[in-house]
Design a protein around this ligand. Structure first.
Ligand SMILES: Nc1ncnc2c1ncn2[C@@H]1O[C@H](COP(=O)(O)OP(=O)(O)O)[C@@H](O)[C@H]1O
Ligand SMILES: CC(=O)N[C@@H](CCC(=O)OP(=O)(O)O)C(=O)O
Length: 295
């Protein structure tokens, strides 16, 4: 049944269902990771922007952290380069870093800011270089097969500190921070950081009520491609060992679990291809996607 055909009493019920959630989350911080894979459809992008504006207008503090992996790949292709990943992390040589900064800090960030503002919000775009608020150092990744061996994958950053004061300042006003996952090192060098990792850390330092990771799957899927509505650290270990969890889902699940363990009250991986997935998750009784449990 389309929304237009719903009887008025049903529409009123749906609106009334939102009230306890609006009360519960009033003044609370909700960190939303908008994955590059979830931002492919024009209509869905507008739905996302409207949802974020609605959350702000009913008194919550949404903070958007975005990715842009597929958009970076597209630009790399145009300059004759191919994106390469190790365990979900992009190998980032200096030329790739320049493309990453241009696509994330420029194109993708400004598009999201513009969309939110078109729908009546006051979005402000930032990278971790602004106010030096995301500090990082070079990430050395343990080799999956020989953990004692560390792999150098170029200018990929490991977060050393996040200063929450800039975001808190924006949040305390009418502004909606929109953050590109780029960090700055002690010598002013630029780092490419996985957006799920940035979102998880920001949720932790802001003591967020919720962390919602919007992606292009219904949530975490088991070996038969069935949606898992909840997942524990033990399930995660088993799924990583069996290879059921792989690629971009590895940093995602790792940072989701970290955030849940470090005090973020609820952490969800949900399907960004579903219209108004954010509103369904935050303002209704309907459970969508996968809830990451901390034990
Ligand atoms: N067990 C799993 N359940 C769901 N997705 C998985 C799983 N293992 C690997 N993936 C992959 O992880 C991808 C999501 O991560 P990623 O491509 O980094 O998306 P995003 O751009 O949203 O961060 C999915 O599209 C899927 O291909
Ligand atoms: C180090 C690393 O892998 N950085 C990511 C940053 C963007 C990102 O995380 O985008 P998604 O959320 O769309 O995957 C990259 O270069 O693709």
């Amino acid at each position: 049944m389309t929304r237009e055909k719903l009887p008025p009493s049903v529409k009123a019920d749906i609106l009334a269902e939102a009230l306890p959630y609006i009360k519960r989350f009033h003044g609370r911080t909700i960190v939303i990771k908008y994955g590059g894979n979830a931002m492919t459809d024009e209509h869905l992008k507008h739905c996302f922007a409207r949802d974020v504006v609605l959350l702000k207008l009913v008194g919550m503090n949404p903070v958007v952290v975005h990715g842009g992996g597929p958009q970076i790949d597209e630009m790399l292709k145009r300059v004759g380069k191919k994106g390469e990943f190790i365990q979900g992390m992009r190998i980032t040589d200096p030329e790739t870093m320049a493309v990453v900064e241009m696509v994330l800090g420029g194109q993708v960030n400004k598009e999201i800011v513009n969309l939110i503002n078109q729908h009546g919000g006051k979005a402000v775009g930032l990278t971790g270089k602004d106010g030096g608020f995301i500090r990082a150092q070079k990430l050395l990744m343990p080799n999956k097969d020989r953990p004692a061996e560390l792999i150098d994958i170029g200018q990929v950053g490991d977060i050393t500190a996040i200063d929450p004061s800039l975001i808190a300042l924006l949040d305390s006003g009418a502004f909606i921070p929109v953050i590109a996952p780029i960090g700055v090192g002690a010598e002013g060098e630029t780092y490419n950081i996985n957006a799920d990792v940035v979102a998880g850390k920001i949720a932790e330092v802001l003591k967020a009520e919720k962390l919602i990771l919007l992606t292009n799957t219904p949530g975490v899927l088991d070996e038969n491609n069935q949606l898992l509505t909840g997942i524990t650290p033990r399930d995660i270990d088993a799924m990583v060992a069996s290879g059921t969890l792989s690629g971009g889902m590895l940093p995602k699940i790792g940072s989701a679990l970290d955030a849940a363990r470090k005090g973020v009250k609820s952490v969800h991986i949900i399907d960004g291809r579903v219209e108004h997935a954010l509103l369904l998750e935050i303002l209704t009784d309907a459970g969508v996607g996968t809830l990451i449990k901390n034990q």
